[in-house]
Design a protein around this ligand. Sequence first.
Ligand SMILES: O=C(O)CCC(=O)C(=O)O
Ligand SMILES: [Fe+2]
Length: 360
Amino acid sequence: MSDFTTIPTLDLSLLKDPGARKTLILHMLHIVRDVGMCYVTGLPFGPEVFDKAKVECEAFFNLPTEEKTKLDIANVPGFLGYTAVGTEYTNNKIDTREHLTVAHPIPGEIVGPAYQNLWGPSQWPDSSVLSDFTPSFKNYMEEVARVEKMLRGLMAEAIGVNPATLNSLFDHNQQYRMRMIKYPGPPATASAEDLQALGPHQDHTFTTLINQVTDHVALQACNGKGQWIDCPPKPGSLVFVVGKSGQAATYGACSAAVHRVVALAPGSTARYSISVGTNLRYDLSVLSPSTKQTFDAIQRDVNAGRIGTEGHLDEYLNPLGSLDTLGMKVLNNYCLSYPDIMKRWHPEMARPIASGVSGP
Ligand SMILES: O=C(O)CCC(=O)C(=O)O
Ligand SMILES: [Fe+2]
């Protein structure tokens, strides 16, 4: 992690110019190695996708509370649903935000270990309440998923890893989890010190793509000196964030960004954001010989390339007692964030292991 002072921008439209590819890849190398976060512009979809998402996101949060709580995250075991303000913790402190998390598609039937509950079902608002919501956001997730796949290929190329090797760590029918978030403006009388919008964290994802829907300057990334660098909204862009799995699967060649959302000024309007995250296969375990071979190949590629790493597998991927797959580690992270849901649906996880990560 370097001492960056601004968040870089990666322009995907440069992919159309074969002569610009080398520069683009070198820029991606700087981003993933030194920052772990960037704006992505030149997106392969039009502004109407953002416009529609904004309208539907605001419409959802403007619904009466009883309508939103019909989709309560506690209704299902997969941490997919609506969370009111005051339900979620980061670093043992309550976050001031409400959100709806949905996933699309469900990769398969739930027949095995507890982590499979993360696949679904999702809870969508009834079409009699918000008629365009579900099709709009299914489309939104597909558009963002295309961007994620483009970025993953560039990431692999930038760090000298065969993209097919990296892709083999993902589910064939990969899950994307989308979270739309409202950070309510605190009352004008609130004391700013007591407020936490979203505490400092790394995402548990491979990568996350954030759409800052409103124009508040609140998202920040931490540089190598421990300074917080603003990531002000840039219209027509997504913010790309490397998560813990992205760092682990690349032997540290990519850096997971530590980021946070600062509390809004008392009396300000609400901030909205929409993030779409994805992860490696939940059944991934380095105890499997073929997976171990894949990681060995990645390590060889990374070491043979431009980036030296410490050469050992990140502890995030190492089995830890019953957390023997990536899916169990992710489930453990959700249990940390939602202790009440853990008690209801996953009592066997009763002593989650602290890790300070978040994500959709
Ligand atoms: O609201 C944002 O801009 C970022 C949200 C975030 O980092 C998260 O949910 O993990
Ligand atoms: Fe995050």
